[in-house]
Design a protein around this ligand. Sequence first.
Ligand SMILES: Nc1nc2c(ncn2[C@@H]2O[C@H](COP(=O)(O)OP(=O)(O)OP(=O)(O)O)[C@@H](O)[C@H]2O)c(=O)[nH]1
Ligand SMILES: [Mg+2]
Length: 218
Amino acid sequence: MAQVDFTERQLTLKLVYYGPPLSGKTSNLRALYGAVDKLNRGRLMTLDTRDDRTLFFDLLPIFFRTSGFSFRIKVYTVPGQPVHEATRKVVLAGADGVVFVADSEPDQRDANLGSWKNLVANLASLGLAELPVIVQYNKRDLPDAVPIETADRFGDPKRKLQEACAKGGDGVVLTFFDLVGRSWDFLDRDRTLSEKLGIDSATFRRALAEHVGITNPG
Ligand SMILES: Nc1nc2c(ncn2[C@@H]2O[C@H](COP(=O)(O)OP(=O)(O)OP(=O)(O)O)[C@@H](O)[C@H]2O)c(=O)[nH]1
Ligand SMILES: [Mg+2]
């Protein structure tokens, strides 16, 4: 869970991008890296094999200050290939929120569902069943992309779906903002964060939008 250090006046959030193999998790991180002002991000660490598949995880640190408090957001991806199950669980531990990157290719429906079930099982075993999860449908640029109206909503017909093209960057920042906001609200509910920090949700969101150098999220 989030680390709050009142002596250092610092809050650290951990977000994880999860999903089936090749759905575009690493591409999301690359696009985010490109969108965030360089003063507000660290190095993008990607651990690939030679064929560009994530072997362990990727990590992008993002940071900003407001009202005398410093915020660090550690954004991770997991490797999608089934063989990396142990790694996925390690990376997911301690998360404050998850983006589930689904693949819009029609033939990836089963892969999406399988990965979703894997996520739900891992969250439950880590005691994180209530964690905010945003579903992003990536690769919307593909001509045969599954229509968003008929896309799998993973058991919740009312679930909001974020559309994205991580390769071009569309929807990546919006997905990220949505998750950071939801993670803040989730933590605030449990730990009365706003009170302790003297920063309310609206102030936090405004600071995030201003300080990560994005004037028009989306
Ligand atoms: N057409 C299209 N291709 C995409 C998009 N996003 C990613 N890709 C491609 O999909 C492939 C996989 O992308 P990655 O970001 O490496 O996928 P991943 O989810 O990190 O894959 P693993 O780490 O193996 O689980 C690459 O060839 C990307 O260029 C997109 O929005 N549209
Ligand atoms: Mg990857």
